[in-house]
Design a protein around this ligand. Structure first.
Ligand code: ADE
Length: 415
């Protein structure tokens, strides 16, 4: 079995982490049990380009138990958990991922999984699909799944231009994905990354959240819960107003730059904090990014402005400016939650990866029947995932009485 990982001797440590995460992924465990009995992926090859974490390992094991031949490469060079990669390899699953790998190796690893001629590909950021539309048009999977908002935006652009070559299932569009992973997952794990990188007390600080989508909303709420004064920067008037009524300050990036102690970008856009903002920041300001790509902070400008830069702690680098101010950057401006912490907790990845497992099954069940557009999972599956998780967490779901059902039906009949 071919693979490329940092250190196979880490597998026992990885096994323990994978098992620990699996305990909190009850919905995925149920799907895995059904997959073992029904083998819906038998004879199919499913390859994934996802963050190589303990949670992803549980997904890969579920897919394998469903009958698929599986392989995994990283969707970010800095997020790989090398012990988890070793654990998967020891379990017979090919992994091509090394924490801190350079760009060339990153793309070699993408090619390595594509060489398996997959029936289904899974992306977190659309890298596999991109390569399948450029260098590897020799391969046409029957479908692909996409985990993240940024990936879905990239794919929608491709579909709208009429260039998408095969169907894509936007897992991010499931309510049980974006309403939970993006909010509660990014919210907690981004703050976790900042705290691990800096160990500063958040209470009393001005935390600037740039972008108030699902992820930004989550980050703002968790920062607020830790006692920060939250400042939101947003271009969309509706979202900005929502942020205001949530009790956050709403400011332009210029105004926020001068008051922030900690900055977290979550926009999906480029250089949302740039030279003009760095010029007015306070001494000791900490910059971080929780958006998919490492483009949100204009670090090349900060580098040009700085007299010197040096690591000050693990995952925290200090840039010294000529006027004596120090600006600190967490996790090299890459996803702070995965670079400086362990990504979203298993509890929430359970929802996202249950959707991924169901998405692979759905694409295979519907092979040949789907247009080369963006699809989403049927609502019943979304509802099932939510109901199963609620039960696992100990919540009761109310049901309509026959009279209430009849009352609602009378409204529909009248329309
Ligand atoms: N994305 C965010 N957190 C993650 C995790 N723990 N595993 C895989 N992908 C993630």
């Amino acid at each position: 079995m071919k693979h490329d990982i940092a250190n196979p001797h880490l597998s026992e440590l990885g096994d323990r982490r994978v098992e620990w995460a699996g305990r909190r992924m009850q919905v995925l465990a149920g799907i895995r049990e059904r997959f073992r009995e029904e083998r819906p992926l038998d004879g199919r090859t499913v390859v994934a380009c996802l963050h190589v974490t303990a949670e992803t390992a549980n997904l890969m094991l579920a897919l394998r138990d469903g009958g698929a031949e599986v392989a995994l490469c990283a969707s970010n060079p800095l997020s790989t958990q090398d012990d988890v990669a070793a654990s998967l390899v020891a379990a017979g699953i090919p992994v091509f991922a090394i924490r801190g790998e350079d760009d060339e190796t990153y793309y070699e690893h993408i090619d390595a999984v594509l060489d398996m001629e997959p029936d289904v590909t899974m992306d977190d950021g659309a890298d596999l699909v991109s390569v399948l539309h450029t260098r590897r048009t020799d391969l046409t999977p029957l479908g692909s799944t996409e985990e993240t908002t940024t990936g879905v935006i990239r794919l929608r652009a491709l579909a709208e231009a009429g260039d998408l070559r095969f169907p894509v299932l936007a897992v991010n569009d499931s309510d049980t994905k974006h309403l939970f992973d993006n909010r509660f997952g990014t919210g907690q794990s981004a703050m976790d990354g900042i705290i691990r990188a800096s160990n500063v007390l958040i209470a009393g600080l001005n935390v600037v959240v740039v972008g108030f989508g699902d992820c930004g909303r989550g980050v703002a709420s968790r920062a607020d819960g830790l006692g920060a004064r939250v400042v939101v920067v947003e271009i969309d008037p509706i979202r900005a107003l929502e942020a205001k009524l949530e009790g956050h300050e709403v400011m332009t990036a210029d105004d926020a730059a001068a008051v922030g102690d900690i900055f977290i970008t979550v926009t999906g856009n480029k250089h949302v904090l740039r030279r003009r903002h760095f010029e007015v920041m306070k001494d000791g300001a900490i910059l971080s990014n929780a958006g998919h790509f490492d483009i949100e902070l204009e670090l090349s400008a900060l580098d040009e402005m700085a007299e010197s830069r040096h690591p000050i702690r693990e995952h925290l680098e200090e840039y010294r400016l000529p006027d004596g101010r120090r600006v600190l950057v967490a996790a090299e401006g890459r996803l702070v939650n995965l670079g400086a912490a362990e990504g979203h907790p298993a509890d929430v990845m359970d929802l996202s990866f249950s959707n991924q497992a169901l998405a692979a099954e759905w694409l295979i069940q519907n092979a040949g029947k789907l247009d080369a557009t963006i699809h989403r999972l049927p609502k019943e599956l979304d509802d099932d995932v939510a109901a199963t998780k609620l039960e696992a967490l100990g919540g009761g779901l109310e049901v309509l009485t026959p009279e209430q059902e009849a009352y609602l039906a009378s409204w529909t009949e009248g329309t």
